[in-house]
Design a protein around this ligand. Structure first.
Ligand SMILES: Cc1ncc(C[n+]2csc(CCOP(=O)(O)OP(=O)(O)O)c2C)c(N)n1
Ligand SMILES: [Mg+2]
Length: 460
């Protein structure tokens, strides 16, 4: 009986094996058939189409370290870290070298992002500024993995990366209000279009995806600079919606064919405003595109800060050591509306959002991890949140009260080098309009008062 069973099992394995072999495309020896002139592709007589990078019907897996309740997954170890330590309860330490100080710091930055968002969201309802929500684990996990002088090119949700590097609340408010302390654009940019030379954060552009090919160029410049080569990478963030732009492909091809340490970080949060990601691609997400460009790729759980930290660290090492690009697709969910001018319940069920806030919530999950180590407490959380709220409100009030740069700055530093004719023309046009209406029309009179010197120097 036992013998029969064994025979039956073996014979079913053989059949399965045959089926697998029959479905795989047979390949002919290259000695007999040679190669194509421009490829090492093996020759096959089978008419076989394929549509998957992982084998038929299989999706690219998602790398995760912490489970839904903040505990390390069984076997959540990078192969190279799987040395004797990996069987100890401290294996997480060997994966991402996380310690109490780093864990607490990451948690604090994750916690402060929604506080800032909610506060600004409410004041924005008074029409003062506009801004976008961020994704805590993806942003803070990646920020912590980068060197402080790696170049960062963001889309618009990446304020957390800047804060991690030391950008303070006053600078955030200065940019949002475009006041005299806004050093990056002197009030010329839209709110949350941050930029900072000091923190190696390139100015945000509104047109989607323009930062992607620029990043490949920045990374190439790093590679050509002996002081930066082998030391720094350019990390570029973009949404899955932006990855539908031609610029995404231009950037990937550029970094692939003119190799450079470009770290592509796709934040796949399921939506491009109201368009769900299912309408952005028919293939296996953004990650499936990496191998098409010969780029090392990983898909990571973007709500697991330790997985993001670990994946970005390894990706950064590869970028720097090989001087080549790496693609990371961080899977997350946009729980907020797209921006302050969006009401997402018009195109997705409220319940779906409520569920997502609970399931895999990046902050709650990491908090549970910290709790399990005894690294954080309710009291500390309460005090920390209070402190952040007070600080943000103080900076908000200050930012709101400060005057703007002198009016003439509206036309300065738009382009490098010689000033082009169109800027001169626009300056003259504004002057003539202000001479005509600036003292007699109330809306312009009060607007002028917001500028340092009230526009007098500009008009003189
Ligand atoms: C070239 C271009 N097309 C359209 C827009 C309008 N727009 C602004 S944000 C956005 C959605 C982007 O979605 P995604 O890249 O997924 O980023 P997310 O907001 O989800 O982080 C669109 C369509 C734009 N700014 N630029
Ligand atoms: Mg998106």
């Amino acid at each position: 009986m036992l013998r029969n069973l064994r025979i039956a099992r073996v014979s079913s394995q053989v059949t399965r094996c045959r089926r697998t072999l029959a479905s795989a495309a047979p390949q002919l020896p290259s000695e007999a058939h040679g190669h194509l002139p421009t490829s090492q592709s093996p020759i096959t007589p089978k008419l076989h189409f394929f549509n998957s990078v992982m084998g038929e019907g299989k999706q690219i897996p998602t790398y995760r370290v912490l489970d839904g309740v903040g505990q390390p997954l069984d076997g959540a170890v990078l192969p190279e870290a799987c040395r004797p330590f990996c069987l100890t309860p401290f294996r997480i330490l060997t994966i991402v070298q996380i310690d109490e100080a780093l864990a607490r710091r990451m948690y604090e930055y994750m916690v402060q992002l929604p506080i800032i968002d909610n506060l600004l969201y409410n004041v924005q309802r008074q029409g003062k500024i506009s801004f976008y929500h961020g994704e805590e684990a993806t942003l803070i996990g990646s920020a912590a993995a980068l060197a402080p002088d790696d170049e960062v090119l963001g889309q618009y949700r990446e304020m957390g990366v800047l804060l991690w590097r030391g950008f303070d609340y006053d600078s955030v408010m200065a940019q949002c209000f475009g006041n005299q302390d806004d050093l990056s654009s002197k009030g010329k940019q839209m709110p949350v279009h941050f930029g900072s030379r000091k923190y190696h954060f390139h100015p945000i552009s509104s047109p989607l995806a323009t930062q992607i090919p620029q990043a490949a160029g920045v990374a190439y410049a790093l590679k050509r600079d002996p002081a930066k080569r082998g030391r720094n990478c350019a990390a570029v963030y973009f949404g899955e919606g932006a990855a539908s732009e031609g610029d995404f492909h231009a950037g990937m091809l550029l970094a692939s064919t003119i190799p450079s340490p470009t770290l592509f970080i796709a934040r796949n949060n399921g939506f491009a405003i109201s368009t769900p990601s299912s309408e952005q691609y028919h293939g296996d997400g953004i990650a499936a595109r990496g191998p098409g460009y010969g780029i090392d790729t990983i898909r990571v759980d973007g709500n697991d800060v330790l997985a993001v930290l670990s994946a970005v660290r390894e990706a950064r090492n590869r970028c720097i050591q090989q001087g080549r690009a790496v693609l990371i697709e961080a899977m997350t969910y946009r729980v907020g509306h797209h921006s302050t001018s969006d009401d997402s319940f018009a195109y997705r069920p409220r319940q779906e959002v409520e569920d997502r806030k609970r399931i895999d919530n990046p902050i709650a999950r990491f908090r549970k991890f910290l709790d399990s180590k005894g690294w954080w407490s309710d009291k500390e959380e309460e005090e920390y949140k209070d402190k952040v709220k007070k600080e943000v409100m103080r900076a908000f009030k200050r930012g709101e009260s400060l005057q703007r740069h002198e009016l003439k700055e509206m036309f300065s530093d738009v382009y490098g080098g010689e000033e082009p004719w169109n800027i001169r023309e626009q300056r003259e046009e504004l002057k003539s309009l202000l001479r005509k209406y600036g003292k007699v029309w109330q809306p312009w009179k009060s607007e002028l008062q917001k500028y340092k010197g009230e526009g007098k120097e500009f008009l003189s």
